[in-house]
Ligand binder design. Structure first.
Ligand code: ADP
Ligand code: MG
Length: 239
């Protein structure tokens, strides 16, 4: 396996393997039907999708779960955010009537949460409101923001679990879940909080997991919580 190569695999354990969707070679391939997203990509000036994006978008837009394994800086944030916007838009009950967030991104640190929120704002879609929830942040402010209505929550597991245990946030409307940098979240000891958070999220959600590495702990998390995921990995990994 060569460096910088991209591999896609169907991790489904039973039955016939699904065909791997063709990668998109341009932004238009993936988002032709979403002019608002195309405009934002053009405004930012990106030339073409990164390898992980070109393979992740068709999988996620088809509604399948995804594991994306690639090093830092390979564009994983947009790989899951843009399909997440479209997912929320396509829900049978209109966003405004759901009374709670539709997308949750769990990420290991406050810095990452803030970076992801900046990307969210840059590609602002349908005026969806995003909120960062992290330890050390203004807890009361976070609670008030949740009450005012939020579409996208980007959170570290510890503080989100704290709000959840105190009935200060409802997770029942979430249908798109991202476990970002799963390997780091496990290294930081967040597994118990992640498990408690996932208990309150409906099982028929769509899941995305990203990681730079693919150790046993991450595999276990994936097989417990993802549903027949496709896996995309970039670079050479011992699999
Ligand atoms: P990762 O999560 O894989 O570490 P990020 O999503 O943070 O990577 O992306 C790293 C940087 O690359 C960000 O500044 C992001 O805006 C930029 N980026 C994302 N997609 C593209 C693209 N298609 N072309 C050029 N730059 C991109
Ligand atoms: Mg990232």
């Amino acid at each position: 396996k060569e460096n910088n190569s991209i591999f896609v695999d169907d991790l489904k354990e039973e039955g016939e393997k699904r065909p791997v969707p063709n990668p998109c070679r341009t932004f238009l391939d993936a988002f032709e039907r979403y002019p608002e997203i195309m405009e934002n990509i053009e405004r930012v000036g990106f030339v073409k999708p990164t390898p992980i994006q070109s393979q992740a978008w068709p999988v996620l837009l088809s509604g399948e779960d995804l594991i994306a394994i690639a090093q830092t800086g390979t564009g994983k944030t947009l790989a899951y955010l843009l399909p997440g916007f479209i997912h929320m838009d396509g829900q049978p009950v209109p966003r405004a009537e759901q009374g709670g967030p539709g997308m949750l991104v769990l990420t290991p640190t406050r810095e990452l949460a803030l970076q992801i929120e900046m990307e969210c704002k840059k590609y602002r879609y349908k005026s969806y409101k995003s909120l960062c929830i992290y330890g050390g942040g203004d807890r009361r402010g976070q609670i008030n923001f949740v009450k005012g209505g939020v579409d996208i929550v980007i959170a570290t597991p510890g503080r989100l679990n704290d709000l959840q245990m105190n009935d200060l946030i409802s997770l029942s409307s979430i249908t798109y879940l991202v476990l970002d940098e799963a390997d780091r979240m496990l290294d930081m000891g967040f597994e118990p909080q992640i498990k408690k958070i996932l208990l309150d999220i409906r099982p028929d959600r769509q899941n995305v997991m990203t990681s730079a590495t693919w150790p046993t702990g991450v595999r276990r998390l994936a097989s417990s919580y993802l549903k027949n995921p496709m896996m995309v990995y970039v670079g050479s990994l011992d699999l």
